[in-house]
Design a protein around this ligand. Structure first.
Ligand SMILES: [Zn+2]
Length: 378
């Protein structure tokens, strides 16, 4: 767990390296930023840096201290994360830690009601009475620190305020407003940003071993979160994308029977996530068209394996029309969220998609290819 392994986040990491170099360590950090952008990994890399034998601005990754941090076996580094209070016993927490240690692409998921266990914070607060075992400092990394009970925060406060404390708290959160102001005001804030599609895509290619086209599709769906891209990687995104584009081909034909068939197919997916995914791909297609209209380079296109088709459409469709179609997709998203029958929602949008059934928009008909008629080669 080293800074050099973190994707993006140059600003945060520069600050933290400087902290290690100067050895002016605060009592507490609050790592704020969206879900799945590297806050926890960075916190653990900082912890390793603090106990590493080399005492430099980056954990060496190979000394016995670094190795033990990586296995969650270092006595001066504790890692807390939310669990289901009743269901998770110490053993299952240990199993999770083993998985995190062994899988560099591990993604934390937990139930809505999960929280940092009070018994564990109580034990840790007791430990604080003693000096660190080995390192310069004791480090407590607390992931999603907004998931705690009010009385746990008050118990923590004392430690955060103690001058010359030998403990560094590193709290991470994607929801800083849920932390009490008393806690927030005592932490040094470090901001983490959403990752770019290019950063996520290269990570998926270089470190996960995905093909370029799949990586690009996942990165586009990830909304800046590497964790989201990693969660979705089990899905066959290329096939999902093809299905989504094929449905638009049917919509664009203006033939009622094809439109009905496409709407029924979209609605046959019992899983709403899957319906949303279809819509996301359709939005991404429109985004590609808009980008082409505005002269964006090829690299900015998600569906650039279909570049010839994209160019053909972009050459004839108006920006206004692209926006009108995006609004139609928006209607479907809202309809699905408000429990309108999905088939009705899709049919209504697809029926107004093409020119044939929307004579009021009087632009010339564009050259809309039969998207996805052939399987993509990804
Ligand atoms: Zn080391």
């Amino acid at each position: 767990m080293r800074f050099s392994e973190i994707v993006g986040q140059e600003r945060a990491i520069t600050t933290l390296r400087e902290t290690l170099r100067s050895n002016r360590i605060p009592n507490a950090y609050l790592f704020e930023g969206p879900w799945g952008v590297g806050k926890t990994r960075t916190a653990l890399a900082l912890a390793a840096g603090l106990v590493c034998r080399t005492e430099s601005d980056e954990a060496c990754g190979v000394c016995d201290a670094c190795v033990r941090v990586g296995r969650f076996q270092h006595p001066d580094v504790r890692f807390l994360f939310p669990v289901m209070t009743d269901a998770d016993d110490p053993e299952s927490i240990g199993e999770t830690l083993t998985e995190v240690a062994n899988d560099p692409h591990y993604v934390f998921t937990y139930e809505k009601a999960s929280s940092i266990r009070i018994a564990i914070t109580r034990d840790i607060l007791k430990e604080l009475a003693f000096r660190p075992y080995e390192g310069r400092r004791r480090v407590i990394v607390m992931r999603d620190a907004d998931r705690m009970r009010e009385d746990q925060y008050s118990a923590m406060l004392k430690s955060l305020e103690e001058p010359g404390a030998s403990t560094l708290w590193v709290l991470t959160t994607a929801r800083p407003n849920r932390l009490p102001p008393t806690i927030r005001s005592r932490c040094l804030k470090v901001r983490f940003r959403a990752l770019t599609e290019a950063e996520i895509s290269s990570y998926l290619v270089d470190r996960v071993g995905l093909g370029a086209a799949s990586a690009r599709l996942l990165a586009a769906l990830a909304s800046g979160s590497l964790a989201r891209a990693l969660t979705l990687r089990g899905e066959n995104v290329a096939a999902l994308r093809d299905d989504a584009l094929r449905a638009l081909g049917a919509a664009n034909s203006g033939e009622p029977s094809r439109i009905l068939a496409a709407a029924s197919e979209a609605a046959s997916w019992t899983n709403r996530e899957r319906m949303r995914r279809t819509l996301e791909f359709q939005f991404l297609l429109l985004r590609d068209l808009l980008r082409l209209k505005h002269g964006a380079p090829e690299e900015a296109l998600v569906n650039r394996d279909r570049l010839a088709d994209l160019r053909k459409v972009a050459g004839t469709i108006e920006v206004r029309e692209i926006r009108r179609r995006a609004a139609l997709l928006d209607e479907v998203v809202r309809a699905i969220d408000s429990n309108v029958t999905p088939e009705t929602a899709f049919f209504s949008a697809y029926a107004r998609w093409g020119k044939a059934l929307a004579p009021s928009t009087s632009e010339r008909a564009e050259a809309w290819p039969a998207w996805g008629d052939a399987r993509l080669d990804v």
